[in-house]
Design a protein around this ligand. Structure first.
Ligand code: HEM
Length: 120
């Protein structure tokens, strides 16, 4: 592996760590039967987002990136971000997060991982 390839794999690791934080933070709330969003979810999402943008840059890798897939993942991520925004603003105002908003955060996060792995 050359240095650039190692660096790119490190960014993939950061990207996956962001996903793990987002999904893990969400799973903790499911496990504790709390329908709420947390700042760790937003931190995980931000890490995935920044690392994902870096990975989408032309790295001179020997295969073509699937930009249709990347744009779909980006749109799904932006929707998750909007849901987290709606949820946290409801919480700040002392209200509750609509269950559909909470469940969609986890489902769309898994969907993005499925798109990343199953769509080549
Ligand atoms: C919650 C959101 C996301 C999840 C769960 C996710 C998940 C993943 C996973 C599991 C991989 C590894 C797949 C592989 O090695 O083939 C990956 C790679 C990648 N992701 Fe994401 N991703 C997310 C958001 C994004 C976003 C927003 C972008 C771009 C704007 C992006 C761009 C990429 C790129 C370019 C790769 C490398 C693909 C390759 O080397 O062929 N991801 N992602």
């Amino acid at each position: 592996m050359d240095a650039l390839e190692i660096l790119r794999q490190v960014v993939v690791l950061v990207h996956l760590s962001g996903f793990a934080l987002l999904f893990g933070a969400w799973a903790v709330e499911v496990f504790n039967r709390r329908v709420q969003v947390t700042s760790l979810m937003s931190i995980g999402l931000s890490i995935s987002f920044v690392a994902g943008l870096i990975l989408a840059a032309p790295w001179g890798i020997p295969y073509e990136l699937n930009y249709v897939k990347i744009v779909v993942k980006l749109v799904v991520l932006l929707v998750i971000g909007a849901l987290l925004g709606v949820g946290s603003s409801r919480q700040r105002k002392g209200g509750t997060v609509p269950p559909a908003v909470f469940w969609l955060v986890g489902i769309l996060t898994l969907l993005n991982a499925a798109i990343a792995l199953l769509w080549r």
